[in-house]
Design a protein around this ligand. Structure first.
Ligand code: ADP
Ligand code: MG
Ligand code: ZN
Length: 606
């Protein structure tokens, strides 16, 4: 199929002289293969690389969708060195991150390719020199930041004069999802890039991204004015990655320590944290546990960041505690684990971040530590953010709710869930037990319960007391009929719905409430009180009305009480990680006997 393949197993599937293949029948095919071998020193093409290269050399606009690590760069770097195609001259590459451009330009120069970059950071003399090279046509590739295009008219003029002299080979937009405000990483400057196709209609454009979201894809093509482009896409499934969502409890750091020391000694990974402070704090705590860990975030000076990045690439750290800024474009093939220490803000970003694990095709794992309270605090941050408008806030809230649904969903295959988000159909059988939910499904039984009546009771309860600004915790207490002083003081023990949920188990109740928030039946919103402190209060959400009017039903899947199929041992993962170092006693400890206790899910580890 066209699944993402283990790079080690997908060596030259096309080589020079392979005349049976239609992709080798172009007048430039021989040259393409020569450049691949002699300049890039690679034995063959990966899925869709040659197809995309041929399309752009034919003068078509091209949209390349490939998972992180799939090899997008080659799709435009190689044709920049081919002269037999329908295009000649300089390739302009727009890329969002300066560090990323630097990295690429260095790699190109090492290969003897003439490349340069223009960014706001370069000094004037250097920039003049680059413009000189550009004008004289000696550059094969020029990397520019979108900001430069907007602010620097000299740059625009030089590009325009290249065009007039027929020396503008193609325009490349890397990380093209930044064009779409529906993407997770929208950059306003990217919106201007639609101008290229208007100014230079016959210069081929190539857009590349690892984002598979269909809505984003359409939006990008539309904004770049390449709706008729050739599209190269593939499955975004990464078979060598294991996905798991874990309850975030107090012993998380101990678990991470075990992961590094016992499971992956001598290996390294990334621990994603939500803020600069949290990166530093988490790194310090892990250091105290005797681990070689450091941190990386945008608040550090560039020199320091480069040092950390190099140290990490050379394997001097067991992990980097980093914000999501880390990893984009950094090429390290043997990342064995990606841990999300706090909830990611959207599934798209989550998928890209986890995609940084296992680029070498070997088993690697992605663990997300989930606590509902993290969602509440992110929601509060969104509410309080003064730099974004209402629309953006709504989008971010929607994204977060999707993450919440993903974490709260304890039954459907993780791959199925994520890929469905990208509009890709994935049969969970093909997961081969490489996610927590598939493994749990193999040993435990589930039951789907209709929770429509409970939902109505909860809505009734919240409507009765929401004007008193109540927290979710308080509302749960009212719902299960607790007799706290707070409840009695507010008179909530007389409210409709009081004690309506007295028979619902505590943990089930939490899941139901969280599910209702994810479904927009309840909503949490931050309100700043008189002392300037923001608290999250619960309200009826936009979809509550459909339940009161009785037009919708809702069900939720629960682990069946004591329902573990005791006869069946947990399935052995098909392509298990090299976990020979895990001691016997450890291995037995994590057996799914825990599943008998319906309040806590078993933890598998890979
Ligand atoms: P992306 O931009 O899609 O995340 P990159 O272009 O950075 O991926 O490539 C990821 C890695 O794959 C790089 O180390 C690159 O050298 C390697 N690579 C790309 N194409 C090939 C190929 N045809 N054969 C072997 N390795 C490749
Ligand atoms: Mg890339
Ligand atoms: Zn699965």
């Amino acid at each position: 199929g066209n699944a993402y393949m283990n790079p080690a197993k997908q060596m030259a599937h096309l080589a020079d002289g392979d005349i049976n293949n239609a992709e080798m029948r172009y007048e430039w095919s021989r040259e393409v293969c020569g450049v691949l071998r002699n300049v890039f020193k690679l034995p063959g093409f990966r899925h869709n690389q040659l197809e995309a290269i041929n399309a752009t050399l034919s003068g078509k606009d091209v949209f390349v969708l490939m998972p992180t690590g799939g090899g997008k760069s080659l799709c435009y770097q190689l044709p920049a060195l081919v002269y037999g195609g329908k295009t000649k001259g300089t390739t302009i590459v727009i890329s969002p991150l300066i560090s990323l451009m630097q990295d690429q330009v260095e790699h190109l120069l090492e290969k003897g390719i003439s490349a340069a970059m223009v960014s706001s950071r370069g000094e004037a003399g250097q920039r003049r020199n680059t413009f000189q090279q550009l004008k004289s046509g000696e550059l094969s590739l020029l990397y520019v930041s979108p900001e430069m295009l907007t602010t620097n008219s000299q740059l625009r003029n030089v590009i325009s004069s290249l065009y007039q002299r027929d020396c503008l080979a193609r325009i490349v937009i890397d990380e093209a999802h930044c064009v779409s405000s529906w993407g997770h990483d929208f950059r306003p400057d990217y919106k201007q890039l639609g101008q290229f196709k208007k100014d230079y209609p016959n210069v081929p454009l190539m857009a590349l991204t690892a984002t598979a979201n269909e809505r984003v894809r359409l939006d990008v093509a539309f904004n770049l004015n390449i709706t008729g482009c050739a599209l190269f896409t593939q499955s975004f499934n990464r078979p060598n990655l294991y996905y798991e969502v874990r309850d975030k409890q107090r012993d998380v750091l101990e678990e991470i320590k075990e992961l590094m020391q016992v499971k992956y000694p001598g290996k390294s990974g990334i621990v994603y944290c939500h803020s600069k402070n949290s990166c530093e704090e988490t790194a310090t705590k892990l250091n105290r546990l005797g681990l070689k860990v450091t941190y990386y975030h945008a608040g550090m000076d560039p020199e320091e960041r480069v040092q950390v990045q190099i140290g990490w690439q050379e394997g001097r750290y067991q992990a980097i505690c980093a914000t999501v800024a880390f990893g984009m474009g950094i090429d390290k093939a043997d990342v064995r684990f990606v841990v999300h220490y706090t909830l990611p803000r959207n599934l798209e970003g989550y998928y890209q971040e986890t995609g940084r694990a296992g680029r070498d095709g070997l088993p690697s794992e992605c663990i997300l530590y989930y606590a509902y309270r993290d969602a509440t605090s992110i929601m509060t941050m969104i509410d309080r953010d003064k730099d974004i408008d209402y629309d953006t806030k709504e989008k971010q809230r929607t994204f977060l709710k999707q993450v919440l649904q993903y974490c709260e969903n304890q039954t459907d295959c993780r791959r199925h869930q994520v890929l469905q988000y990208f509009n890709e159909k994935f049969d969970s059988k093909d997961c081969r037990n490489q996610c927590d939910n598939c493994r749990i499904a193999a040993v435990c039984e589930f039951e789907t319960r209709d929770i429509t009546e409970i939902t109505k009771d909860i809505i009734r309860t919240i409507l009765a007391i929401q004007d008193d600004n109540v927290t979710m915790l308080h509302c749960m207490d009212v719902f299960r009929g607790a007799r706290t002083a707070k409840i009695q003081g507010a008179g909530h023990n007389n409210a409709p719905g009081y004690a309506a949920g007295k028979d619902v188990e505590r943990t089930d109740m939490e899941r139901i409430f969280h599910h209702l928030v994810a479904q927009s039946i309840l909503k949490e919103s931050a309100i700043v009180n008189r002392s300037g402190y923001a608290a999250s209060y619960l309200r009826a959400g936009s979809r509550a009305i459909f339940f009161l009017s009785g037009t919708e039903r809702l069900s939720l899947t629960f682990l069946k009480g004591g329902g573990a199929k005791k006869s069946k041992p947990p399935p052995k993962p098909v392509n298990s990680a090299p976990d020979a170092t895990v001691s016997k006693s450890k291995a037995t400890k994590s057996k799914p006997t825990k599943a008998l206790n319906k309040t806590s899910r078993p933890r598998f580890g890979m």
